[in-house]
Write a protein that binds this ligand. Structure first.
Ligand SMILES: [Zn+2]
Length: 418
């Protein structure tokens, strides 16, 4: 760990670590339900100290951590694969397409990174209960990290959350409260719970270390990419915290003089859940009134971190776009067929978006492009089955095998390789 203070992203005021827990107290007073959070805090490190101590040959990533390693739960997260996919690049019309597969985290999503750090913070503060609202992935990640750390997880989720995610949380022994309402209702209730009854609230952006935890994916991409920042990273966006986390990684790396420039960030939202996209494009905020999308992980009416996400996009010279549910499901299938990676719909939105950017002047086709795959496809099998049909059954006879052989031959050769 390196010493840090919290800086308010709204008013710029600095707060000592022990002075604040969630938002900037001054700016949070202006918050009203139905609006993005005000006063979201970011950790401001002593970058000169990092620069002095950090060595590329034996990188100590804990120098970029906002919690002392002795509080870390015994639950390894991150270090997920990063690899180039020429086949997917050819299919999408880009020369140099890379995958960061964060579906390979222990609970199956990038959210493990945030839960890991907040559970470490709970250990530091001596809090036995960690509370969260979630569309599903953050909650299953929190339930898993709490199980590993011997802490209690209290979770508010929309009753419509995919069943595999609910099963995960319950298997880890979390106290799960399905809310007859939206993610935004769950968010509000969890805030009220910790205000009235205590515990550490892990809500995304509300707890500043969710951004710091998610930042580790950006640090890894740089190290795995031989210390070069890619040209662009496509990020699926709901609340805007993963986007802010990736931006924070490269901002910290540049401030520590480890890279000369930051990658462009590209915000990908589902068409009907696109409050950050519209805010970024028009400068005027309005909630997504009915954020219905098959990509449940990025279905958000009121994105908590809208302000910081838009600032991160501008600072990286990035841009945003939206994709439809049909495009997302096609992207999911294409990714699965071309790379062997089965991603959940929210993650596959990046594949759909890159397909739409073919021929778009905003993104060069020769540059290195990274798709951030944020969750595993097994998190929501029902979504995939909307686009994939189960085949007809066969009789257990040798005669039926002949028709199987005919069916395989009719498919032709594999798309690539063989
Ligand atoms: Zn402030």
């Amino acid at each position: 760990m390196t010493p840090f203070r919290y800086r308010c992203s709204t008013c710029g005021r600095l707060h000592a670590r022990e002075e604040v827990r969630y938002l900037c107290p001054e700016c949070a007073r202006g918050y009203a339900p139905g609006m993005p959070l005000l006063g979201v805090l970011t950790a401001e490190f002593d970058h000169a100290a990092i620069r002095r101590q950090f060595e590329r040959r034996t990188p100590d990533w804990n120098l970029f951590s906002a919690v002392e390693p002795r509080f870390f739960p015994p639950y390894p997260v991150g270090n997920t694969p990063f690899f180039r996919s020429p086949a997917l690049g050819t299919a999408l019309g880009f020369a140099d397409v890379w995958i960061k597969n964060d579906g390979q985290n222990p609970s199956g999503s990038l959210k493990d990174r945030a839960s890991f750090l907040v559970v470490a913070e709970a250990a530091r503060l001596g809090e036995s209960t960690v509370v969260a609202a979630s569309t599903g992935n953050a909650a299953s990640a929190l339930a898993a990290a709490c199980a590993a750390a011997g802490r209690r997880a209290l979770i508010f989720v929309p009753a419509t959350a995919p069943r595999p995610k609910l099963a995960q949380m319950l298997a880890h022994g979390a106290c799960v409260v399905p809310v007859r309402g939206t993610y935004d209702d769950a968010f509000r209730l969890s805030l009220e719970y910790t205000t009235r009854f205590g515990g550490l609230n892990r809500n995304t952006a509300y707890h500043p270390l969710t951004i710091e935890g998610k930042k580790t994916v950006g640090l890894e991409i740089l190290a795995q990419n031989n210390w070069r920042a890619p040209a662009a990273i496509l990020v699926p966006v709901g609340d805007g915290v993963i986007l802010a986390g990736v931006a924070k990684a490269f901002a910290d790396l540049r401030a520590a003089s480890l890279i000369p420039r930051v990658p462009r960030l590209i915000c990908v939202q589902a068409q009907r859940s696109a409050a950050i996209h519209h805010y970024f494009r028009t400068g005027r905020y309005r909630a997504a009134t009915r954020p219905d999308t098959i990509a449940d992980s990025i279905s958000v009416s009121v994105p908590a971190n809208a302000h910081l996400a838009c600032a991160a996009l501008r600072a990286s010279r990035g841009f945003s776009l939206t994709v439809t549910d049909t495009e997302i499901l096609q992207g999911q299938r294409l990714l699965a067929e071309e790379t062997g990676i089965f991603a959940e719909p929210a993650a596959a939105a990046t594949v759909a978006a890159l397909g739409k950017l073919r021929g778009d002047r905003r993104l060069r086709r020769q540059g290195q492009v990274v798709l951030l795959i944020t969750g595993h496809g097994l998190k929501d099998v029902d979504a995939a089955l909307q686009h994939i049909h189960l085949p007809a059954t066969i009789a257990p006879t040798s005669a039926a095998l002949e028709r199987v052989a005919e069916r395989l031959a009719a498919r032709g050769a594999p798309a690539h390789g063989a």
